[in-house]
Design a binder for this molecule. Structure first.
Ligand SMILES: Nc1ncnc2c1ncn2[C@@H]1O[C@H](COP(=O)(O)OP(=O)(O)OP(=O)(O)O)[C@@H](O)[C@H]1O
Length: 302
């Protein structure tokens, strides 16, 4: 198992009317770790504790082996994304990013210029570099916020709802950028309401509901990848499910689809049992599709 880079140990944060915790979980180096939960469940509290903006809490949080409470300002190796309004920023994109790079402690002028140029081009804002950021669309502003998160080329990148305000094309582009960051060995920690958009990149999940930890662990243990909606034309769904259950494969009736079943295979090869049944009984397969992943599905699975 890879090195633990962030650890929450008996973490509790008390607000007047809401409590987050006790929470115990680890994030490993190089992991793409999603923090999921319904609105108001405590995801941002967890992220804000990781980035050090919440530093009064009970329990212990470590970042790269150091106690976060006494080292909450040490963010040289950490980038943070949250959608920003920029309504008070008159500067051009270029000038603003160079200033932020300076403030962030990038000392080499050459590196600063190269890094800002590279990121502006990566996020396809080069032709807008002389324009004032406050005139940008929401989607463009989000791309600027992503650039800021990546400016220091940090090993750990924390992202609060990175897909928000982006159109379909940019969601796909961001997916490809995250994929590349993952290949480079970066640790990505993100929250999202639209679980499906980055699901195939996730290595691990932490799920919170009403401040309580429901699950933290590897994505492969959740088995969401192997959940399918199956409809067999003219087939008797009851006898198909009896056959699959005899092979220890769980299935339930799909209430949204006539004659449909939701099948949860334990391993990929078990899909062959379904095909075996169809071939034996000479039945055509009408629908065989992965169940779209949403919060309810995740909570049900964990
Ligand atoms: N600064 C604060 N003062 C008081 N209560 C707070 C504060 N920050 C968070 N809370 C409480 O913690 C709860 C969880 O907040 P949090 O922002 O972590 O939710 P979330 O899961 O990120 O929600 P969303 O998905 O809507 O962003 C809030 O509903 C609120 O009750």
């Amino acid at each position: 198992m890879s090195e633990v880079i962030i650890s929450f140990q008996n973490y509790v944060k008390n607000f007047k009317k809401f409590k987050v915790g006790p929470i115990n979980f680890n994030i490993h180096r190089g992991e793409f770790h999603a923090v999921l939960g319904s609105s108001g469940s405590g995801k941002s509290v967890i992220l804000n504790t990781i980035i050090g903006s919440i530093y009064k809490y009970q329990g212990k949080v470590t970042f790269e082996g150091k106690n976060r409470r006494s080292n909450w300002k040490q963010n040289a190796n950490l980038g943070y994304y949250q959608p920003t309004d920029f309504s008070l920023v008159n500067d051009s994109l270029w000038k603003y990013l160079i200033t932020v790079a300076k403030i962030s402690g990038i000392r080499s002028k050459k590196y600063r210029l190269n890094r800002v140029r590279y990121l502006i081009k990566l996020f396809e804002l080069w032709e807008h570099r002389t324009k004032s950021i406050r005139s940008f669309s929401f989607g463009m502003k989000n791309r600027v916020s992503l650039i800021i998160a990546l400016l220091k080329n940090p090993d750990v990148i924390v992202l609060d709802e990175p897909g928000a305000n982006l159109d379909t094309i940019w969601r796909k582009k961001i997916y490809a950028i995250f994929e590349r960051l993952k290949e480079e060995g970066k640790t990505l920690i993100l929250t999202t309401h639209n679980i499906d958009e980055f699901y195939s990149l996730f290595d691990a999940l932490t799920v919170v509901e009403e401040g309580r930890l429901i699950y933290s662990g590897k994505i492969k243990d959740v088995n969401m990848d192997l959940k399918y909606r199956v409809v067999v034309a003219g087939g008797d769904s009851r006898s198909i499910s009896e056959f699959l259950r005899s092979k220890d494969i769980s299935c339930v009736e799909d209430e949204t689809t006539p004659n449909g079943l939701i099948v949860l295979f334990n391993r990929q090869f078990e899909v062959n049992y379904l095909f075996l049944y169809l071939v034996r009984n000479n039945l055509p397969l009408d629908v065989f599709e992965k169940v779209v992943i949403n919060m309810e599905e995740i909570i049900e699975s964990v």
